[in-house]
Design a protein around this ligand. Structure first.
Ligand code: NOJ
Length: 764
């Protein structure tokens, strides 16, 4: 290794370490002002780069192994290798494992002119090998520390496998259970979604981004993707200013406040402009108003898709629109690498925009410590010891238990007695070791989850009989759409019915297989797929003592079950430790405390359904039998299970709600309530506070979550829970995108779900 010293225009002194064998400069030190050190180093390296090399930083290729989208035109491996060697690639995705990452990083560092390391991206949606519950499930915990921890575990494993950047968290608010990607998000509420976004960002990035167990996070998909029309993935999005600013934007802003390093734009068009080419979103709002100083990556091929949208004339035009709009990195469109230099020379894109994008990307690379040691994430020993570490399994088990929601428990059907019973366990999902791993689990090993059957088998006091009854779908794979083909085979029914007849209690595990939700998995019907409803009714006919455990990636329409089945447990897709978590809840070794992050509709025709709706001018029946009010003639307006709903094996009572107002334009309002455990078991309750701004210059929702608190109580114990409301909670964005706090009357509700009725009022 020899050292050369270069003095750049008197700006700063940079030391370049050059491996003598291959002439590769590597910037290592030094500046006297540490706060500006990275910026100066980045400027120094930028000044060494050709236009093509700077554009190269803006180019991201998929690796040669996993594919998470359609392969683009000219997307052949030979071309990618060639570009990699020329220094025309700044990042790769879906390259994982120390060996694979080492292989591509070595080319970037040792075979390119400047030896700039790659940033390696990966979808760490809910874990790397040790799988956490799907994000929607985790969101049901309302436990920010557990969610942060879960992201931390995922980051540690991914970073040990050579990865240093994740395309997560997905912070898209969604009100549409038909959209398969609700499984990736925080649910329907912007306030809860913002807290979750911040927790995930902190979990991924930790305190020190350059540590070997943290990765850069990415808030996605900016913006509006969760509002795809009719819940059909990639569909157009049309939303007004009020929804955009008050519902869609907040979790993105919260991600920035939490220090997120990157953003991803989205596939959808928003009010007619594809997000990838949207200057208002990326330059005016994100980098302008919000002052975001990280970089923006496109979604997979979303730049080229602007042609199909009808927004770009051709690939060159698409690259021009995206670069000018503020999209810094091209994921798998191949357009920046092929078009951007020409566009700069033709003065259609100003070179300052290229500099800005490259600077943003290089800065994150510096912050990750890649310039100090490009192979820092590539230690095979660490890879071996960190991945699947026992403490990671403990953390995801804890997360899984906290994610379970007890939807119904008539006559204390649950928990199950631990001995002296015959239990029939029915449903293909009960023995499924793959589905609990959920969708978006690229690195997970197939069939490695603990199944419900395995979890229940650990309780030896009862006689347990298992019968599959029926499969759900014939599909088992991640990227092929055969999952939509549900089985019609009922040959397993008689065995299941027989088992139920001979049992004291029946546990049925029904729902969706792991790949029936996720990207490209929109459903027009959100009932129990296949013949599962028939199976449920057939079993119920011979033994109604059923505990229904749902495994699913989205709210389902389970109206019949809600009416006829005494106990229902929402068990989502809970990850590697799923079966243990579910069994511990069923047997009462864990008292559930989860609360729904999304409303469960009664029927799909109610969708989009959400608790924070606007009142309308005709909210109530004006006179008996009159039809002229906002309702359906064939369905209730209310959801089957509301946002925030979730029971416990104990019961809670709320009383003594009071408000102490000391606001005077800028202060705080304290709301307090007494919460009592009125049941016979120790338990946790998520106390939720909602406000209603009674009248305002823009209609406000009938309820808005503005605070929540997790409280543990022993039987008979009471605690006073306090919430604080400030300008931030009491204001809103008006239709000019301006945050305002308006005087007037507010109603405040506190309770165990969005249906809370205990309320009082105050004036601002
Ligand atoms: C497309 C998805 O929309 C995005 O969320 C993901 O990060 C990329 N593919 C990369 O896999």
């Amino acid at each position: 290794m020899k050292y050369i010293w270069i003095l750049f225009l008197g700006l700063t002194v940079v030391s370049m370490t050059v491996p003598s064998e291959n002439n590769k400069p590597k910037v290592t030190i030094t500046d006297t002002d540490p706060s500006k050190e990275i910026a100066r180093k980045v400027d120094s390296i930028l000044s060494l780069m050709t236009l093509e090399e700077k554009i190269g930083q803006m180019n991201q290729y998929n690796g040669f192994w996993n594919v998470t989208g359609p392969v683009p035109e000219n997307g052949d491996a030979a071309r990618k290798y060639d570009h990699l060697k020329k220094g025309w690639v700044g990042s790769m995705l879906n390259v994982r494992g120390v060996e694979e990452v080492m292989a591509v990083q070595k080319i970037a560092v040792e075979e390119t002119r400047l030896g700039i390391p790659l940033i390696i991206g990966f979808d760490l949606i809910h874990g790397y090998k040790t799988m956490s519950p799907i994000p929607l499930a985790e969101s049901a915990s309302w436990d920010m520390e557990a969610i942060r921890k879960s992201a931390e575990v995922g980051a540690a494993e991914a970073a040990a496998a050579g990865i240093n950047w994740t395309f997560a968290p997905m912070v898209d608010v969604s009100r549409d259970a038909r959209w398969g990607r609700v499984m990736e998000g925080g649910g329907e509420d912007p306030y809860l979604g913002s807290k979750i976004a911040a927790a995930r960002v902190k979990g991924f990035q930790g305190e020190d981004l350059s540590a070997v167990n943290t990765v850069a996070a990415c808030a996605k998909h900016f913006a509006g993707y969760g509002f795809a029309e009719a819940g059909r993935d990639y569909n157009t999005v049309d939303v007004g200013t009020s929804t955009l600013y008050n519902v869609i934007f907040p979790p993105f802003q919260a991600s920035i406040d939490a220090g997120v390093k990157t953003f991803m734009n989205s596939f959808n068009d928003l009010n007619g402009i594809p997000a990838t080419g949207d200057e208002f979103l990326q330059r005016d709002i994100l980098k302008g108003e919000w002052g975001f100083d990280g970089f923006v990556v496109s979604d997979w091929g979303s730049m080229r898709e602007m042609i199909a949208h009808g927004f770009a004339k051709d690939g060159k035009h698409a690259a021009q629109l995206a670069a000018n709009a503020g999209c810094d990195m091209d994921m798998e469109s191949y357009l920046y690498v092929s078009e951007l230099a020409k566009l700069v020379r033709e003065k259609k894109v100003d070179e300052s925009k290229i500099d800005d994008a490259a600077r943003r990307i290089l800065t994150v690379k510096y912050e990750l410590g890649l310039f100090d040691d490009p192979y820092k994430y590539c230690d095979p020993k660490r890879e071996k010891s960190v991945i699947n570490a026992p403490e990671h399994h403990e953390a995801v088990l804890d997360m899984a238990k906290k994610s379970i929601v007890l939807l119904k428990n008539e006559n204390n059907m649950l928990p199950l007695a631990k001995s002296g019973m015959k239990i029939a366990l029915i449903g293909a999902l009960a023995s499924d070791k793959n589905s609990p791993l959920g969708s978006w689990r690229i690195a997970a090993d197939d069939n490695t989850a603990i199944s419900v059957l395995e979890g229940m088998q650990e309780y030896k006091g009862n006689e347990l009989t298992f019968a599959k009854g029926a499969d759900v779908s014939i599909g088992k794979t991640q990227f092929i759409s055969e999952t939509k083909i549900n089985t019609t085979d009922k040959s397993g029914f008689p065995e299941a019915i027989e088992a139920a007849k001979n049992a004291d209690k029946v546990v049925m595990v029904l729902g969706e297989i792991g790949f029936q939700s996720g990207e490209g998995r929109s459903r027009a019907n959100i009932d129990l797929p296949g013949v599962q409803q028939e199976l449920l009714e057939a079993v119920h006919a011979v033994n109604p003592n059923i505990v229904l455990v749902l495994n699913n990636g989205r709210p389902l329409t389970i109206g019949w079950a809600a009416e006829n089945i005494p106990a229902i447990v929402e068990g989502w897709h809970l990850g590697s430790q799923s079966g243990h978590a579910i069994a511990q809840v069923l047997y009462g070794d864990y008292n559930p405390s989860g609360k729904l992050p999304m409303s469960f509709p009664r029927s799909v025709g109610q969708v989009p359904i959400y608790y924070n709706y606007k009142n309308t001018g005709r909210p109530v029946i004006p006179a008996p039998n009159l039809v002229f009010w906002s309702h359906y003639i064939d369905e209730d307006n209310s959801p089957l299970y509301p946002f925030g709903h979730g029971l416990s094996y104990t019961t809670f009572e709320y009383s003594d709600l009071s408000v102490s107002s000391n606001f005077r334009g800028n202060g705080e309002i304290t709301v307090s309530v007494k919460l009592t455990n009125t049941g016979s078991k120790e338990g946790k309750e998520v106390a939720q506070l909602y406000i209603r701004d009674m009248f305002a210059s823009v209609n406000r929702p009938v309820k808005e979550l503005k605070g929540f608190e997790m409280v543990s109580l022993s039987p008979g114990e009471s605690k006073t829970v306090e919430f604080t409301l400030t300008r931030k909670e009491l204001g809103f964005y008006n239709n000019q995108g301006k945050f305002v706090v308006e005087r007037g009357e507010f109603q405040v509700f506190v309770g165990g779900s969005s249906s809370a009725t205990l309320n009082t009022k105050f004036n601002l």
